[in-house]
Design a protein around this ligand. Structure first.
Ligand code: 2BA
Length: 109
């Protein structure tokens, strides 16, 4: 068994969970936020048999789309008389960041 952990954009999370549930996968949705952008995202956890992993990754791929987001860089520490012009940067986020972890034991008690 494997645990698929997918970090996805909030706007894609509903479609991903709906697609998983429609195929009778069980999923848990966690509110999370990215360390770099410090913006809210969603972590979806799905426990599946090994042979189902590629099907789940296919659903992630179908439902989660890359987006560009604008980041305003932090100004550096300035010496007197120095000048910093903040240029917003474009960063591509997702479709999804996915980890597939081995599950030692799974119980529903
Ligand atoms: P964030 O950490 O907010 O990162 C958002 C996007 O910013 C990243 O998109 C990437 O394009 C860029 N980025 C992140 N760290 C960077 C850095 N040090 N320098 C330059 N650009 C950087 P994604 O790679 O698609 O990641 C989307 C979200 O997935 C991340 O949000 C984070 O929540 C999670 N994530 C990505 N890689 C991870 C990892 N290795 N471990 C744990 N979580 C991860």
């Amino acid at each position: 068994m494997k645990l698929v952990v997918a970090i996805v954009h909030n706007e894609d999370a509903g479609a991903l969970v709906d697609a998983l549930l429609a195929r009778e996968y069980r999923a848990t949705r966690l509110h999370s936020s990215g360390g770099f952008l410090k913006q809210s995202n969603t972590t979806v956890m799905v426990g599946v048999d090994d042979e189902q992993v590629d099907l789940v990754l296919g659903l992630v791929n179908e439902t989660c789309h890359p987006r560009t987001q604008i980041v305003n860089p932090m100004p550096p520490i300035m010496e007197p008389g120095e000048f910093f012009m903040p240029y917003p940067l474009e960063v591509e986020v997702g479709g999804a960041t996915v980890f597939v972890l081995p599950v030692e034991r799974f119980e529903r008690l």
